[in-house]
Ligand binder design. Structure first.
Ligand code: F6P
Length: 355
């Protein structure tokens, strides 16, 4: 049985742990397993860049961050674009057939899973495993990498706190998460910040400024604001999609945290600093929870494969590992529910969301 594996999109912790779970479970149950590892995500499949691998390649990688296969971003909207006569989809199908694969396992986030679904619709046997620190994949309560990122973001926020306290400063700390606020919400609560600004709950800067003043009145001279990279003001949330896109583009890659700091500075005299947690949130080795979950995801993926149950994404749903059709999740994001218990608990103990 020949199995192709690729890791696609932004990397995260526990990619290796997931592949290890999958491959070990396959070798345990079948003796005729051959693994083809495609290099740098879909590019490897397109351009026939791969290596033949064996069980030993996966033995000691449970605790190793990054991905032994490398990764790359292949935006879904460019997948079907034929450039200089090169048809990417046909090229991937050709490699799959040439190598006589029985299945392709894709470890990816939203865009990569959309592509995985497209390949499944094109007739390839595909299985998806939900990777991303953002935890924004629709249909699963958990994506591997998330907890490691939350742990790192929490430590980052706590380390900022000591210097913020010494200098009685306000810090706006930007946390990753793309269009959603899951990392920021959990890390913000775990780090005990004063304000959490999320894409899902547009903020009014006056409310954030009020929180800083209230802190001072109660003798707390510093304030930590955790803002998700997709945080949005009430004003911007009223813009059309097109106008908001143009506004984001006009920042030219400058983080939203700077804009928030500038808006705040117009309302308060305090010294304000910006800190960006950045890519360390995706770096380093997976935490134990991610290793645990990744192993389970991988083993379940192996089960699907051996049962020829293709076209599925392995998910974690209400404390259970299961599978859903790739077509169900493709193209959908899982946002923070502004009415959820986590948000309301945070509000009850004084964290403001700028509403
Ligand atoms: O999807 C993971 C993620 O880290 C997002 O949180 C972030 O928006 C994006 O990737 C950063 O991408 P890149 O590594 O391409 O800069």
């Amino acid at each position: 049985m020949r199995v192709g594996i690729l890791t696609s999109g932004g990397d995260c912790q526990a990619l290796n742990a997931t592949m290890r779970g999958l491959v070990k479970a396959l070798y345990q149950q079948r003796k005729d397993i051959e693994i083809i590892g495609f290099l740098k995500g879909y590019q490897g499949l397109m351009y026939e860049k791969y290596k033949k691998m064996s069980l030993s390649d996966f033995e000691d990688i449970l605790n190793v961050g990054g991905t032994i296969l490398g990764s790359s971003r292949c935006p879904f909207k460019k997948m079907r674009v034929i450039e200089d006569g090169f048809d990417k989809v046909e090229a991937m199908k050709k490699t799959y057939k040439k190598l006589k694969l029985d299945c392709l396992v894709v470890l990816g986030g939203n865009g990569s899973l959309k592509s995985a679904n497209m390949l499944a619709q094109e007739g390839l046997n595909v299985i998806g495993l939900p990777k991303t620190i953002d935890n924004d994949t629709w249909g699963t309560d958990y994506t591997f990498g998330f907890q490691s990122a939350v742990d790192i973001a929490t430590n980052y926020l706590n380390e900022i706190e000591t210097t913020a306290k010494s200098h009685s400063r306000v810090f706006v700390v930007e946390i990753m998460g793309h269009k959603v606020g899951h990392i920021c919400l959990q890390a913000g609560i775990a780090a005990g910040v004063d304000a959490i600004l999320l894409p899902e709950i547009p903020y009014d800067i006056k409310v954030v400024a009020k929180k800083i003043k209230e802190n001072q009145k109660t003798g707390k001279e510093y304030t930590i604001i955790a803002c998700a990279e997709g945080a949005i003001s009430e004003e911007d949330s009223l813009l059309s999609k097109k106008k908001y896109k143009a506004k984001v583009a006009s920042r030219q890659g400058r983080s939203v945290a700077y804009e928030i700091a500038e808006q705040l500075q117009e309302l308060i005299p305090n010294e304000i600093r910006v800190a960006l947690a950045g890519h360390i949130q995706r770096g380093g080795n997976p935490c134990s929870y991610d290793r645990f979950m990744a192993t389970r995801f991988g083993v379940y993926g192996a089960n699907l494969l051996l049962n020829k149950d293709f076209g599925k994404l392995v998910v974690f749903d209400k404390n259970e590992i299961k599978a859903i059709p790739l077509s169900e999740t493709a193209g959908k994001l899982k946002f923070v529910d502004p009415e959820c218990e986590v948000v309301s608990s945070a509000k009850k103990m004084g964290i403001t969301f700028g509403e």
